[in-house]
Design a protein around this ligand. Structure first.
Ligand SMILES: [Ca+2]
Length: 355
């Protein structure tokens, strides 16, 4: 990375000027000494700020590469999404620097990845049967229920999701479909919160933030209103689950297991299934123990009012494959997630989800 230091002299002069104006007793030796001291302090502060700016700078080394990448992000809109080589559509989310896929990654998308690479994601998946969730030989290709190509892929681990993103990035860089400097990755926990309409949540780690804001993607009502999303309604009892299977009384969304992406209304950002259908892997660790990755959004088997909150997090080890878990991609400037700006101050608030 390189740093543009052309603004630094102006910054020094600005700080020096402000400092001089703030001094009492103009013209005295004391005031002059203060000015010198302010100047030294300003130079030191400028150096420090410049160093920090370099550390968190999102710009790749080549400005033209950055400009092309930035241009893709700036051009996309909800009405005219960025559409990639798999037909995935990405829209901007105000408050993040990423474009979000409007859908969870579909079975057909993951199939293209597996076909192209021979990547094996078929071992050890947990699937639902009359004896509960077990490892019984199910795979993302045959998760224990019927899926069409436009259903979200399930039974893929965090590691599998990251492998998909890396493959897609490299493939589109190689073909020229994706400008250098951009990458597909998972959303950070913070980006996901902003995308669902949570602009501020108390706490630092995803664990600390989990379920703190008491709102659903549809608002406050319980049970969910008709069409709220694909959860564990009365329709989910189809005989291939345990006899003591519990459902959301008074709710029926028509889909016993996964549903085609886009089956329910999009939120105000144009994103589908930000509540229900499949839990979505995020980049982050759940807490400082760095053993479990974050999941957001709840799924077709979710019926707990707590887990269905837009602010709720689940957490699972990154190698876990389950029939209730999928993922959503974002498109962003190539950068470590740690370098992405953190949440705004509490004054910013709106705490209500988008819907
Ligand atoms: Ca359902």
């Amino acid at each position: 990375m390189q740093c543009d230091r052309t603004m630094k002299p102006f910054f020094v002069l600005f700080v020096f000027g402000c400092s001089a104006r703030s001094g009492e007793g103009r013209g005295s030796k004391t005031a002059f000494s203060k000015k010198i001291a302010y100047f030294v302090a300003a130079v030191a502060a400028n150096f420090l700020i410049g160093s920090l700016a370099c550390a968190g700078d999102l710009q790749p080394a080549n400005p033209s590469t950055y400009e092309k990448a930035r241009g893709v992000l700036d051009k996309a809109s909800k009405e005219q999404p960025w559409q990639n080589s798999l037909g995935m559509k990405f829209v901007p989310v105000v408050g993040t620097q990423a474009l979000f896929s409007i859908w969870d990654t579909r079975l057909q998308d993951f199939q293209a990845f597996a076909d192209s690479t021979g990547y094996d994601a078929t071992d050890g998946m947990w699937s639902l049967g009359t004896d509960g969730w077990k490892q019984r030989g199910a795979t993302w290709k045959d998760p224990g229920f019927k899926q069409d190509p436009t259903h979200p892929v399930v039974g893929v681990s965090w590691d599998d999701a990251k492998a998909f993103c890396d493959w897609l990035t490299k493939r589109e860089h190689a073909s020229g479909a994706l400008p250098e400097g951009l990458e597909y990755r998972l959303p950070t926990d913070q980006e996901w919160s902003v995308a669902v309409g949570l602009n501020y949540e108390p706490g630092n780690t995803p664990q600390e933030k989990s379920a703190k804001v008491k709102a659903y993607v549809w608002g406050q009502a319980w049970p969910p209103p008709t069409g709220a999303g694909n959860y564990c309604g009365v329709e989910s009892a189809i005989g291939s689950e345990p006899s003591n299977w519990k459902v959301i009384d008074g709710y029926n969304d028509g889909y016993p297991r996964t549903s085609p992406v886009g089956s329910f209304a999009a939120n105000s950002n144009g994103l589908y299934d930000m509540g229900g259908n499949v839990w979505q892997w995020c980049e982050d660790w759940y807490n400082s123990e760095n053993t479990h990755r974050v999941l957001r959004g709840a799924a077709w088997d979710s019926r707990s009012p707590l887990f269905m909150l837009a602010s709720a997090r689940d957490y699972i080890t990154p190698d876990y494959r389950g029939g209730f878990i999928g993922f959503r991609c974002v498109l962003a400037i190539e950068t470590p997630p740690e370098a992405i700006p953190t949440q705004p101050s509490p004054e910013a608030i709106p705490t209500q989800p988008s819907q």
